[in-house]
Write a protein that binds this ligand. Sequence first.
Ligand code: KG4
Ligand code: ZN
Length: 320
Amino acid sequence: MWVLGIDTSCDDTGVGLVRDGQVVVNLVASQVRLHEAYGGVVPELASREHLKAIRPLTERALAEAGIGPKDLDVVAATRGPGLIGALLVGYTFAKGLAWTLGRPFYAIHHLEGHIAAAWPEGLSPPFLALVASGGHTHLFEVQALGRYRLLGATRDDAAGEAFDKVARLLGLGFPGGPEVERLAREAEEAIPFPVPLREQRGYDFSFSGLKTKALQLVEQGLPKPALAKGFQEAAIRHLAEVVLRAAEDTGHRVLLVAGGVAANQALQARLKEAGLQVHFPPKGLSQDNGAMIALAAYRRHRAGFPPSPLALGATAYWPL
Ligand code: KG4
Ligand code: ZN
């Protein structure tokens, strides 16, 4: 069974093909260089780039898998949340394809896609899922496929956003996460940063204080590698403390970590030594992509969820 998944929620055009639950092709056309000049994603430019990329990228994905459109059994796309103009391109394209082919269509929540990418075959809920990306820092209790309880979220910046902003303060490129991680590896010692929200009893996150602290230290002219290491350590310690408290309180011993920040090696190492059973997405599936949307749709289809009505529109805001 072939499932096509499309994600155009932000600045990457993602097209993925999944066969019987296995990722076969996962193509991502990144717009990073285009938006870099503006210091952030320009929504209108993003939509136009998606429009240019979506058809050739889908054709290439099918060619790489050695199949044609008629071989598709299910078509899926991200319905939201995200930039509405960007979402509409992939979502409408996928709906049109599903309608033309007469195949079931699944409208997928972007965060369910991220979670699906980290969810190993055979692992049964309940478990915890941390989604940490450039736009989200959410901790969920996954009770079942399609049933999520939000335990906590960021009160200000998303984790990835903080990495991106600190990277900019340090004169590094975008996306900042991998750059900060690389620079931090050069440091022997870390400049200590205060770990956020230590006093809370809930499961929220906050990263804006770390960003402000980084700005102060940059202005004092302190060495950049030690600063990058200090920021990264505090951000990771914060993520780990909240997640471990939630694990303690709920009794869950299994944790999925998804979203772009899940690629951070120091975060992976810290969570692995914490005594939980932790799952990360395979390489290439942590950042925004189409295969994760196909994986989520495959699971929904297999579990007997009804396809989504084609009259359903895309939406910028959509709680999971
Ligand atoms: O999931 P994603 O591709 O897009 C969103 O939905 O936002 O996540 C991108 C974010 C960026 O903020 C990027 O800096 C961050 O994930 N990121 C990382 C690493 N790789 C990507 N953050 C920390 N360490 C990394 N190695
Ligand atoms: Zn994402």
